[in-house]
Design a protein around this ligand. Sequence first.
Ligand code: AMP
Length: 446
Amino acid sequence: MTFATLGLIEPLLRSLETLGYQTPTPVQAQAIPAVLAGRDLMAAAQTGTGKTAGFALPLLQLLAMEGPKVTANSVRALILVPTRELAEQVHEAVRQYAENLPLRTYAVYGGVSINPQMMKLRSGVDLLVATPGRLLDLFRQNALKFNQLQTLVLDEADRMLDLGFSEELANIYRALPKKRQTLLFSATFSDDIRLLAGQMLNDPLSIEVSPRNVAANTVKQWIVTVDKKRKPELFVHLMRKGKWKQVLVFAKTRNGVDALVEKLQGLGINADGIHGDKPQATRQRALDRFKASEVQILVATDVAARGLDIEDLPLVVNFDLPIVAEDYIHRIGRTGRAGSTGEAISLVCADEVNLLSAIEMLTRQTLKRQNEPDFEPEHRVPDTDASGQVVKKPKKPKKPKASGGGGGKRNLGKWVDSGEVAPAEPSIKPVRKVPVFNTGPRKRKP
Ligand code: AMP
């Protein structure tokens, strides 16, 4: 199969030739003809599958071939994305695909001045990439009209809901013409996403290019257990031992990012960090330098790293496990992309055991443990498996204390779980159901 047989027009084929795309990826093979035929889409596709071209190519073709010329402050196709970085990245891809077409494309997002964006929108834009919050600001200030809108794309819809954009999406949805084509892309499909799809899509074609909720199988995944306080030391040790050249590292919080970057830089390691507190220009610069291999280690929070397209990234390290298990799939999706192989290593400490268990249950696999000599944790990480159970091996019985005060938490050693008591009989392995995680809407900026 070729892009020509999918029905793409010559100016797009020329752009693809320039970019060196020879064969359509599975998501492209399914999405391109369906979008050209005017169908709504509900596509389960992870970043790295070529989904951007899957929706952008046919969209550009429809814009070039059909419909009236765009009028002042109007937009004919809208791509909604969760983060500024993704807006830039998707727009850059669109710009490349549209190189030989007489179409105006643009990206708007928050964190930068709104005035230049308002100016740019005055003459109308055929295809606009936007984050939901800034799009609504522009709409409310009359810088944007939707009367010409023919297609809406929700890219990384699951992430938009995770980031708490559901209200913005509802407001945008109300402002759009009812008659339009809608394409929804999501790496994972929760019940909330299915609800959203039910409201927004009309007889959609469902496309699933990777099994539901299963992490990319081109990525070799393993964990190293370690005490929390020794994680930075272990990271540096593994980095030197493995001679890591380019690593994207995920930390849970902005402070965590800053602390690790500071520690690495203090050791003379070429590291930089991106998170929501940093100005957009600084984040983009760090990312560009990482992509250009001028920065060796890029430490990021989930939001800042969402959807980043970094070619041939060999390794992702989860310095902290994500709070929401589905983020694990997004994180490791940065490597092993477009058919190449990659590696994802997670440093796991005892109080992350429930997060680990949730990830294993979601991805239906037990992550291989590889202990590092000299870093074996004092606070053991209980065994977990893909069934979602945490198995606590019995501890050696302690000598009974004369005072009789040894019950409850203290008997369990340092890894404690309130409400449990140590096993009376060492031969019995207590099995505990893992609590269900709240995967509902989260705050905008973790
Ligand atoms: P995406 O999943 O849209 O983020 O795309 C992942 C990467 O694959 C990007 O670097 C694209 O430029 C690249 N890509 C997309 N489609 C193709 C294709 N058909 N052939 C080669 N590379 C592609």
